[in-house]
Structures are given as structure tokens and as C-alpha cells.
Write a protein that binds this ligand. Sequence first.
Ligand SMILES: Cc1cc2nc3c(=O)[nH]c(=O)nc-3n(C[C@H](O)[C@H](O)[C@H](O)COP(=O)(O)OP(=O)(O)OC[C@H]3O[C@@H](n4cnc5c(N)ncnc54)[C@H](O)[C@@H]3O)c2cc1C
Length: 490
Amino acid sequence: MTSNAISPCQQFPWNDTAPSHVDVAIVGGGFSGLVALVHLCRALPSGKFAVIECHPRRAPGVAYGGCDQEHLLNVPAGRMGPIADDMGSFHRWLDARMPGKFRADSFAPRALFGVYLTDFVLDEVARSGAHVSFVRGAVIDVRDAHSQVELTVVTSGDASHQGAHHQTIVAQCAVIAPGVPASPAPWAHIQRDVPSVALISDPWESGSLHGIDPDADILVLGSGLTAIDIVEGLRRAGHRGTIRMLSRNGRLPLPHADHGEPPLSMTKEQFTGSPAKVLSALRAAARQRMAGGLGWQGVIDAVRPHIPAIWKSWTASERRRFIRRARALWEIHRHRVPVQVLADITAQRQAGTLHIERGELLAVNSTASGNVAASVRGSDGVTHVHVVARVINCIGPAMDIRHTIDPLLGAMQRSGIATTDELGLGIRSDDDCRLMNANGVPHQRVVIAGALRRGDLWESTAVPDLRVHAARAAATLLAQLAGQQTKGRN
Ligand SMILES: Cc1cc2nc3c(=O)[nH]c(=O)nc-3n(C[C@H](O)[C@H](O)[C@H](O)COP(=O)(O)OP(=O)(O)OC[C@H]3O[C@@H](n4cnc5c(N)ncnc54)[C@H](O)[C@@H]3O)c2cc1C
């Protein structure tokens, strides 16, 4: 146990039996699904709800349930509160347990946020008196059924649903909050006879990084936040071998600004026009701020509330152009790391134990010694072979879900209940989070929350945005349920 550890007070009571009827079924027990649940419980204490989660972890979602005790949040503690008008709640909770240890602008460990979120949600559920079932299972279909919604849930069995048990939940309404599926492992078609233990598709899977020789060389695919987290986690676990990060752009996320810089306020009107115009306005504002001795980061934070409006103002081809030409640059400015984390990464590079390369993985083959020979074409066009003990997929979420192998997202697209945006970034929804079908007709009973809204909003990743979407999704369903009750009485 490290000094950052706080034992969880409570655990979600996951079980394998799905209720047959509920008012609202929530698909996904991550931050978005659980915060929607809290709003539903507060407003409808007589309600009957089910949260269905296919991968229960010790805390909600990959971000807070897959990390070690030292992985840090990338949003300051004082802004991580799950309810928009009480952003400071997490920091108050921290301060009550570890007085003075974290300031509101500190980057606290993600595991602590996981403990807090679990306690917060379970306390809210208990206080409300609502009836909530926490079901361990995968929802593989959501469809309309006689003015209600029917969900097929697969419980127990293995990941490919062999020997699994299918159950049906009939709900008045549903919240779809499954996050975005991970990118498929990039070696699917280029690996030959490599033992599966050497290719780690999901580094957040419990135990996936165990059993690695501490002196072995490792290849990490990706150089973003996940890649940094994994390198830092391996080092904390005592890994001494050389680590190579490989990505198409070879760029690391940039650091957060110094503590205590004054925030900047900018209007939407300062960012109008094509992606090129918006980016040039951002650069100009950043130069001006830096000329005043402050960090450019304030400009990115100031534009953030306007991103959905900017994104909506662009045509599909402008969005495509932004993604093709500017996304990589945007990501490293927008998704930043605490300064101390970057300092540690820099120290490893200087010591020669960490290399960051620009290039493309061409093939992975097994070697006689049981290692992996990874062929990489570098930015100079030359192919190098790295012999490593493990290749770890840290590429992050899929950027196009049109051809996803995710059973639920695939089924919903095939049945036509849901459709993606033109770029396949997410599932289409209206401003009230209602699922939209291919004809643009919003569903009255099914809403969506979480990163799957990124096709409509782009900025739909972190707590400050997701808590607003979860509240909106819940409010939409509460209005629908209230309307139904009124109709029933008349
Ligand atoms: C490593 C990492 C670090 C991050 N750090 C931060 C941070 O510091 N601050 C911040 O604000 N944000 C951070 N984020 C962003 C983070 O994703 C959001 O804050 C938030 O946790 C997303 O919650 P979600 O519920 O929308 O999605 P998820 O957390 O992905 O939760 C969705 C859940 O749905 C489940 N699910 C999926 N499909 C099904 C199905 N068919 N049936 C049943 N269950 C299903 C999944 O198992 C998952 O548990 C981080 C993300 C990652 C990956």
C-alpha cells in the first residue's frame, strides 16, 4: 500500500440476475452511466433502475478501475466533481480524508477518484430509496417493443459469450453509456505464430502486465496518455528494461500550465469559420497570452466550452480535414499531462531507457528465444527490427465505429435504431441526448451519454463535459417518464 491508498468503503453489489422490468435500464457502469443513475435516483426515488456492466472493476470504468494507486488524473481535483453545480465535491472528500495533501488544482491519483465515485454513487442510491439492480452482463441488443425498450443481456459465460445465459430486460427507457470501444489490436493481420502472452491488446486488463522479465525490452504502440500511463506503471512496478514508444507522429502530450495561472475567458465569436481559421485564431490568442508571460494552455481551456458549437458549425468535409490534418496536434495540446509526469518521462529518455519513435508497425514474428521480432518502418523509410518481450497496444479508443466488432454497437446500427455520424466517430444524438436513427428521427425512450457523443460534439471525453451530458440524458428520460404518467392518468 502506498501513501496514496484509501481502501474502498463500499463495492457495487454486481450480480448475474437481470430484473425483468425496470423504469430505466442503463448500459455501462462507468462514470457516465453512474452519474445518470444518480440524477434519476434523486428525481425519482420510487423508480426501479438497472445498471448493466460487462466488465465490473474495483472502481467504475477503465479510467478509475484499471489504474494503479499512482496514476494521476489529468483534470485538477477541484474540477472532478460528478455534479456540475458542485465541482469541488471530490476535492472536499479528499481533504476530509487526507487533510492538506491535495490542493484544488492538484492532480490527484485516479484510484482515489474511483473510491470516491463508488462511495458517492452508492450513498446517493441508498439515500434516495430507489430500487437499483447492478447486473454483471453485456448488453448485446436494444430494440423497440410495444412502446417500451427491450434489452438482451448476456450474463456469465466467457468473453465470446460461449456457455452464456441470455436474459431480457423490458424497460420504459434506456441510457446507452458504454464508452467507445478500444481500437482493434494493430497486429491482427501482421502477426505470425507469436505467443498470445507477448501481445497485450488491453493493458488495463487486470494482470495483463504481470510476469514480464524486469530487464526485458518492450514495445509500446502509441505515445499518448495511455502509453505514458503504462510506461509509468511499469517503472513503478520495477521494470528496468528499455521501452520503445512507437506512434505515427512520435509526439508526446504537452504539460499542463503552472498552478495558479489566471483563467482566460473567450467568446464563441472569436472562433468562427473553417478549421484553418479557428486554428489560426487559437495560435494568435496563444501568442498573445504567452507574450504576457502566461501559458498557452489557458487558450485551449478557454475554447473548450465552445468546441461543440464550433464542431457543429463545420461541414462533414471540414471535420474530416480537421481530423486528418490537425487532430494529432490538437490531442497533444488538449489532453495534457501533469508536469511531474512529463519530467519523469524526459528523465527516462535522457537516461536512454525510453525511446520515442515515429513510424509504423509492419509485422510481428516470434523468435527462437520466445521473444517477438517487431518490424518497424521509421520516419526515414528504413525498416528496423526490434526484439522485445512484449508488444503493448496503447493506441486508445477506436476512431471509426462503423465496422466495429462490438456486439451492441453493431446490432444497433444493423437494426437501424442507431446510426453513426458521417465520420463514424460516434452514435448520433440530438441536443437532449436522444438517440437518432438514420432518418434523423430522435428516439423518445433511448438516450446516449459519454464519449459516443463525440461525433456530434467532438469534446465528449472528460468529466467536465461528461457530467453535463449525463445530467441532460437523465433529464430527458425523466421528462419522458413524467409525460407517460400524465397520459396514463388522463
Ligand atoms: C486511462 C484513462 C485515463 C483517463 N483519465 C481521465 C482523467 O484524469 N480525467 C477525466 O476527466 N477523464 C479521464 N479519462 C476519460 C474517461 O474516459 C472519462 O472521465 C470517463 O471515465 C468515461 O466514462 P464513461 O462512462 O463515459 O465510459 P467508460 O468509463 O468507458 O465506461 C463505460 C462502461 O460501459 C461498459 N460497457 C461497454 N459496453 C457494454 C455493454 N455492451 N454492456 C454492458 N456494459 C458495457 C464498459 O465495460 C465500461 O465499464 C480517462 C480515460 C482513460 C481511458
